[in-house]
Design a protein around this ligand. Structure first.
Ligand SMILES: NC(=O)c1ccc[n+]([C@@H]2O[C@H](COP(=O)([O-])OP(=O)(O)OC[C@H]3O[C@@H](n4cnc5c(N)ncnc54)[C@H](O)[C@@H]3O)[C@@H](O)[C@H]2O)c1
Length: 437
């Protein structure tokens, strides 16, 4: 393929060399003449293991050239990889000036220089709104709708500096968010011989994958460090703790507890988080990330109550599942207890279906927690799912049930379903509303 690479920094320089090594004909473009001169001579403008030899060979093999001329690069290639910087604005937003400029230049060059299709693959990390704005810029400057003369793909980059060449050949995944079918087809031939799970998704999803990734990496570092801080304060070797933590691939380093859904609750998570925060206070070691979790969780319940009241008014609400998760009768610190308490406090009638709950069978702290928050819980509980559904305008779903049970529940076109746990059988409901999806 004939590929131009706009921006010869850490991402662009590695992309130039490695794409040429895969057999593509590559033109590197930058506004900084010194970088262009170096790439054109097969020298690396960045320090990165292995890249010097790759660039030198690519230039010697005549697979790589470099220029400051955007229009020439657009004329002589079919795909443009955008790798310009996206620094932060003073307020923390994405500074899009380099992206805007390069997309204006590319769009104008497509309008003036090309009769056939050219597609832009944007590797620069940008929010979905930025991608939408860049697509508009490309349409305006090229004079073509996306999918006509010009295409656009959000194609996030996952390489790590220092081992970027290795990561190019062994990416954790490849993600393409194409705006049009022609671009998507071109993407399929971009990385011949590179084995990685590849995802074709809408541009917005592709853009958010990158933010989810990097925010998760930041979260992991901060988590490790906050656990380290409290360990040190208590005289415990944090590496001994986190080595074992990381060995647990079932619950810790796994898919568990990561999918968007209902806030955390139950008899352990809130209590133990509070315990750790108490140790943080008594050792005078602040753990702001951990403290933020409790506040974030509380706000999620508050927001849910507001959302229900806004759409439902004072009509009856049906709740499926009071226990913090299905398969248990433990309601201690269930966010649903707080939800019911707050809804009742606002004058909203609530009926609850929970297959494992009967007040007569509840004992000890489980019983006292529930009855303290909802003294007349017994009157709200029903063993008849169909009746709970029939008697409610809004149905809040906190437990998964079998497909047959949902069918028998007879959810109608008028029911507003608010799903907190992503139940596939409910997604087809006439008025379906996922918690965060
Ligand atoms: N560095 C990383 O490890 C990494 C990893 C993944 C994603 N990213 C993302 O990739 C993007 C690029 O990062 P980087 O570290 O390579 O940036 P960088 O600052 O090293 O390089 C950007 C280059 O773009 C050039 N440029 C600016 N405007 C241009 C224009 N109109 N035409 C041509 N070139 C132009 C600049 O002169 C510069 O050389 C960023 O959005 C970044 O967030 C970076």
């Amino acid at each position: 393929m004939r590929i131009s690479v706009f921006g010869l920094g850490y991402v662009g320089a590695v992309s130039c060399g490695c794409l040429a090594a895969l057999g593509h004909d590559v033109i590197g473009v930058d506004v900084i003449e010194d970088k262009v001169r170096r790439i054109a001579k097969g020298e690396s403008p960045i320090i990165e293991e292995g890249i010097d030899a790759i660039l030198a060979k690519a230039v010697a093999d005549r697979k790589l050239r470099a220029t400051t001329d955007v229009a020439a690069a657009v004329r002589e290639t079919d795909i443009g990889l955008v790798c310009v910087g996206t620094p932060s604005t003073p307020s923390g937003g994405v500074d899009t000036r380099y992206l805007d400029r390069v997309c204006q230049q590319i769009g104008s060059a497509v309008r003036d220089q090309r009769r056939d299709f050219f597609t832009v693959l944007n590797r620069s990390t940008s929010l979905p709104t930025v991608h939408q704005s860049l697509m508009r810029i490309l349409e305006e400057t090229s004079g073509s709708k996306l999918g006509g003369h010009i295409g656009y793909v959000c194609h996030p980059e996952f390489l790590r500096e220092g081992i970027a060449v290795h990561d190019f050949y062994h990416p954790p995944k490849i993600v393409f968010g194409a705006s049009d079918g022609r671009s998507e087809t071109l993407c399929r031939d971009l990385y011949p011989g590179i084995a990685a799970e590849t995802f074709f998704v809408p541009p917005d999803v592709a853009a958010m994958v990158k933010y989810a990734d990097n925010c998760f990496h930041a979260l992991k570092v901060t988590f490790g460090n906050e656990i380290g801080l409290i360990c040190k304060a208590l005289g415990i070797d944090s590496h001994a703790v986190m080595d074992i933590f990381c060995k647990d691939r079932k619950l810790n380093i796994s898919e568990k507890y990561l999918k968007p859904g209902n806030p955390f609750g139950g008899s352990c998570l809130p209590k133990d988080l509070r315990g750790l925060l108490d140790a943080s206070r008594s050792t005078a070691v602040p753990l702001p990330m951990h403290a933020g979790m409790l506040e974030s969780n509380r706000l999620q319940v508050e927001r849910l109550v507001k959302r229900i009241v806004a759409s439902n008014g004072r009509n009856p609400v049906g709740l499926v599942g009071l226990a913090f998760k299905e398969g248990t009768d433990d309601v201690r610190e269930s966010p649903m207890v707080a939800l019911v308490e707050q809804l009742l406090g606002k004058g909203v009638p609530v009926r609850i279906y929970d297959e494992h709950l009967a007040v007569a069978n509840m004992v000890g702290s489980n019983r006292s927690f529930a009855l303290e928050a909802i003294p007349h819980l017994a009157e709200l509980l029903s063993t008849d799912l169909r009746a709970v559904v029939a008697g409610s305008k809004t149905l809040v779903v906190n437990h998964r049930l079998s497909a047959e049970r949902w069918k028998a529940a007879a959810i109608g076109a008028d029911h507003h379903v608010i799903d907190l746990v992503n139940v596939p059988e409910l997604r087809g409901a006439a008025r379906y509303d996922g918690l965060y999806w």
